[in-house]
Design a protein around this ligand. Structure first.
Ligand SMILES: *Cc1c(COP(=O)(O)O)cnc(C)c1O
Length: 360
């Protein structure tokens, strides 16, 4: 049983190790490290056959259920090399716990969090030379679980793979911390209460691509989603949570079943509260946002997520009307949150919330 799950280690032969890409042209998710973590689940044995092994292809039956009905969940987190040369991860237990809530909703097996965390740390340490050292670049970590039983009946798979792959990624703001332009859609919706909007599952992203493509064609970076019923209340932006600074309040939509509970969102709420900012988790309509923009009380808008940490918004386009936020410049609070979170993540400042895990 998984209580005493052993993790085997099979290292990639030195001559088979990949050449590392230049750090100034990493992009996002284009390169992968030399090793991965893999374990399997079936009804008889639970999680078993856990190993760290050379990064490589899976051979899978074309009837594997994930290809047909999309039982797939994932996570995204990062490892960093601090100025002190130490390796850090940001709130990794929270990612694994969130994956377990995703697993529950998708009728997939729970992960043994302690064992997986042990495996994850060992994997990061083994591939530590892949952690970029240039400012802002990090090692992105992608834990994933898929149903692999070869069968076409619509029901939970009786076999699963869980794996972790890792990719060195460039600084999100290679050209500086500058605001993005956001397209508000009332034509497409992302999620509805009772569905899987609060779950990090593959199908949500497949369903979102068309809206994102239309936004890109119109010259916008990301889509802002409204609630699926009234198409009125703000939900999320792209694959990030969203915050509005109106007057002295920092407002973010509440987690009501259609929004993904971001770990960055939670960190921003904690941090802002600790600075004495009035943080409100409440519904906010797009009309309230545009009215606040027009009367000047809307001071800042920003997205939060692991990839960018804080992503300031400089313009919203809603029903063909453009709204410029704070003159299109990065807000003071956005900048302060970004700098503080990055400093905590890189081990450069105190970590009062115990968010950091040191490896090695
Ligand atoms: C992952 C994700 C987020 C951000 O979550 P973090 O834990 O902060 O990275 C927000 N919204 C969606 C839809 C996501 O998939």
């Amino acid at each position: 049983m998984w209580q005493d799950l052993d993790i085997a280690v099979k290292k990639t032969a030195p001559e088979k190790r990949k050449e590392k890409p230049p750090q100034d042209a990493l992009g996002f998710g284009d390169h992968f490290t030399d090793h991965m973590f893999l374990m399997k689940w079936n009804k008889e044995n639970g999680w078993h056959d856990a190993r760290i092994c050379p990064y490589g292809n899976f051979s899978m039956d074309p009837a594997a259920m994930v290809y047909h009905y999309g039982q797939a969940i994932f996570e995204g987190l990062k490892a960093y090399k601090g100025d002190d040369g130490q390796i850090y991860m940001f709130r990794p237990e929270d990612n694994l716990e969130r994956m377990n809530s995703s697993a529950l909703r998708m009728c997939m097996p729970r992960l043994p969090v302690d064992n997986v965390l042990k495996g994850l740390k060992a994997l990061v340490y083994l591939d530590r030379d892949w952690i970029p050292t240039v400012d802002g670049a990090t090692l992105y970590i992608r834990p994933t679980m898929i149903g692999v039983e070869p069968a076409l009946g619509v029901r939970p798979s009786s076999e699963y793979y869980f794996f972790i792959i890792m990719s060195p990624v460039g600084a999100y703001y290679a050209e500086g911390f500058s605001p993005t332009k956001i397209w508000v859609t009332d034509k497409y919706v992302r999620a509805v209460k009772g569905g899987v909007g609060h779950v990090k599952t593959a199908g949500n992203y497949a369903a979102s691509i068309m809206a994102a493509e239309e936004a890109h064609k119109a010259g916008y970076t990301q889509v802002l989603w409204l609630d699926a019923i009234e198409r009125k209340y703000v939900e999320e932006v792209g694959t990030s949570n969203i915050f509005f600074k109106i007057g002295d309040d920092l407002i973010t939509p509440p987690l009501g079943g259609s929004i993904l509970g971001g770990i960055t969102r939670d960190s921003v709420i904690e941090l802002a509260k600790s600075w004495g900012i009035n943080v409100l988790e409440r519904r906010i309509s797009i009309d309230e946002v545009t009215a606040a923009c027009e009367d000047g009380s809307l001071q800042e808008v920003f997205g939060t997520g692991t990839a960018a940490v804080i992503s300031p918004v400089g313009e919203l386009c809603y029903q063909e009307k453009k709204y410029t936020i704070a003159g299109g410049a990065t807000g003071e609070l956005s900048k302060k949150l970004f700098e503080e979170l990055q400093a905590i993540q890189n081990g450069k400042t105190a970590d009062p919330f115990k968010w950091i895990t040191r490896i090695g």
